[in-house]
Design a protein around this ligand. Structure first.
Ligand code: OOG
Ligand code: NI
Length: 456
């Protein structure tokens, strides 16, 4: 029997082999990441944000689909690998340009599963009924086009359902599942209808990539790095132009929180197009790109509110044009607005931590968390952020578009939230804050057992 977590680990490797053989720059990126991680691990000697094995193996991918039905099928495929939908991201709001999607991330939810292999896939769904982007006729054509294609065959879906129900598959079926699943995320060689693709591309390159081609594909596979500033410099030195600044928090001397990401532009790849007269011609598209990320401490709701306010403050100051780059301005704002030590982040309830019983129990029947931490009986350990940031995601989408597309904000949008998406997809979508809180609470219950007291 190949258990769920092992299916997931093998799936991540299979996708990386497929992606790396087709997008050679991926190997350069992974090599530089491995180099930087080995050096950073030596200097820091600190594996609290993940063991060096986990970090080195860690990847996220991204795919885009065209309808709730396709999203529901994706959910079945990923369930086979122990990946459940977590979080809701509305990229229509996070971006002034034309990114007409809402998203969730499929990932393991239990701490042990994350430690075994944290592979996750950021998954976006086109919102065809949003009139700011699509008129009624385009919406109808999009719906018809998407409903006629088949992203996942019935054999794959049946195997996936069985793997999810039984917690794994025997060797032969596992092999079959991995082959079919990997193939369904490969770039398609089927012809693309030129006129239809161009029509969508004028509205939104993202819409064309989703609704203008007969299949979906992994558009990037992102390794995790322990020092993204160092990686950025080394990639530049190798002559690989990074397209955007680093998204997310600035580099600073305080604790790393949430997620810092950067990407480089997609390569032009040869594709087959069918012209209006029926003839077939090769052309090129830039749809697969490179991305890398550094993960920090998960923030509580209070911490996240603070973070969002700091980001808005950076925007405000940049808007006043008093000079200074985003990095410089953000550094000032961060120093004013966030504690500079991990201990303070914990004390102020801004970050999520789990607690390890280390010292001798005080002999009382109950004690407060704070007393126990102060006495060194409980040691706080940061919980790593496993999710994404809507604004960074919009930035990643945008940085790979050659054209902003069009959107008409005078038209009606379409209202989406976590519950509506969950209903359409037919699966529970987890709230990331609840998952981090459960991890913290679980560690406290375990500490209570070890220390033989009640923690208030
Ligand atoms: C997804 C972009 C978002 C991230 O890491 O924030 C993303 C996409 O381009 O489909 O992957
Ligand atoms: Ni990404």
């Amino acid at each position: 029997m190949v258990a769920t977590w092992e299916l997931r680990a093998r799936f991540a490797v299979r996708l990386a082999e497929m992606y790396g053989s087709e997008v050679p720059a991926y190997h350069t990126l992974v090599d530089v990441c491995t180099e930087v991680n080995a050096e950073a691990a030596k200097v820091r000697g600190d594996e609290r944000l993940g063991s060096i094995e986990r970090v080195t193996a860690e990847r996220h991918g991204a795919i885009r689909v065209g309808s709730p039905r396709e999203m529901a099928e994706v959910a079945r495929v990923f369930a086979a690998f122990g990946m459940a939908p977590v979080g809701f991201y509305d990229l229509r709001d996070a971006s002034a340009s034309s990114v007409p999607v809402v998203s969730t991330a499929f990932r393991p939810v239990a701490a042990e599963e994350l430690a075994r292999n944290p592979f996750r896939v950021f998954t976006s769904m086109l919102v065809t009924e949003d009139r700011r982007f699509f008129d009624a006729e385009t919406e109808e054509r999009l719906k018809a086009f998407v409903s006629e294609r088949e992203l996942f065959g019935s054999e794959l879906l049946a195997l996936a359902d069985r793997a999810a129900a039984e917690g794994g598959l025997d060797d032969d079926d596992a092999e079959r599942l991995l082959g079919l699943a990997t193939d369904s995320f490969r770039l398609t060689g089927e012809p693309i209808e030129r006129e239809w693709y161009d029509h969508l591309e004028r509205i939104s390159a993202v819409a064309a990539d989703i609704g203008g081609v007969p299949a979906t594909h992994i558009n990037h596979l992102t390794p995790r790095v322990l020092d993204i500033d160092e990686l950025y410099a080394r990639m530049q030195a190798r002559g690989i132009a990074m397209i955007s600044e680093i998204q997310g928090p600035p580099a600073w001397e305080g604790p790393d929180v949430l997620l810092r990401q950067t990407s480089f532009r997609a390569l032009a790849e040869e594709r087959v197009f069918r012209q209006a007269d029926g003839s077939v011609r090769t052309g090129s598209l830039r749809v697969r790109f490179g991305e890398v990320e550094q993960r920090g401490i998960a923030l509580t709701r209070k911490g996240r509110d603070r973070y969002d306010r700091l980001v808005a403050e950076v925007d405000r100051r940049l808007g006043e044009e008093q000079g200074g780059s985003r990095q410089e301005v953000a550094l000032d704002v961060w120093r004013e607005g966030l504690p500079s030590t991990e201990a303070e982040l914990e004390l102020q309830g801004l970050g999520f931590f789990s607690y390890r019983a280390a010292g001798v129990a005080p002999g009382a029947e109950r004690a407060s968390l704070r007393e126990l931490v102060d006495a060194g009986v409980l040691v706080p350990e940061p919980i790593v952020y496993e999710d994404f940031l809507p604004r960074s995601a919009a930035g990643i989408f945008q940085s790979n578009l050659s054209d902003e597309g069009v959107r008409d904000d005078a038209q009606a949008g379409a209202v989406y939230d976590l519950d509506r998406l969950a209903e359409l997809v037919g699966a529970e979508i987890h709230d990331p804050f609840d998952l981090y809180a459960a991890q913290r609470d679980g560690s406290l219950r375990e500490a209570e057992q070890i220390l033989g007291l009640r923690i208030d």
